[in-house]
Design a protein around this ligand. Sequence first.
Ligand code: NI
Length: 237
Amino acid sequence: MRRQRLIFLCVCLLVLLSAAGGEKIQPADGTAELLEEEKYIALTFDDGPRRGTTDRLLDGLKERGASATFFLVGEEIEANQDLVKRMRAEGHQVGNHTWSHVRLADAAPEKIAEEIGKTEAALETLLGESGYWLRPPYGFITEGTEEQIDVPMVKWSVDPRDWESRDTEKVVKAVLQYAKPNSIILLHDIYPTSVDAALQIVDTLQREGYWFVTVEELLALNGIVPQAGAMYRSGNP
Ligand code: NI
């Protein structure tokens, strides 16, 4: 019995190995070559939601079957409840980017708690559930205050500084230059140029065999168990 099971497992492994052997698939239209190898990557968008850009981004992600993570500024939630609900309904991860985009790197513990708590409460009221992951504005919190953060924190490994250039072509180029499997890419869905860039990035990387997943999914795919107060910069274990 054990021997049969072993043979069965070996056959399964062989099938898997031959499937994952980097074989190339030629799509029907013959325009591009797709790699069968699985690569995962996470797009993250800060500072929204904003009507006119976030909705266009959601349309584009939906068309492409791509998931993303949105770190929301709490004071923007009330006027954009439909967009936030849509993010959740369409499989994106929703996260916390403080109430008023304050720099938590030099904030007092009470201020940190207030800024995070108000956004958490707004999201709980709107979407239910709790424990929305945090991206501190500018990527930092006051040193030594990590223990007061009761959710995982997310930084990034690719930053094209889209807010600075506001240039679609530059943003696309910068991201494609540095993106690799398990990257967490930082963009801002409040700029039309960043929305255009994001959709071009998805198109290009999907052709290269990438799957766009949420940060939560990226960590899970790599066997990482997210810890409260820890900062994650990529999906690399
Ligand atoms: Ni921000």
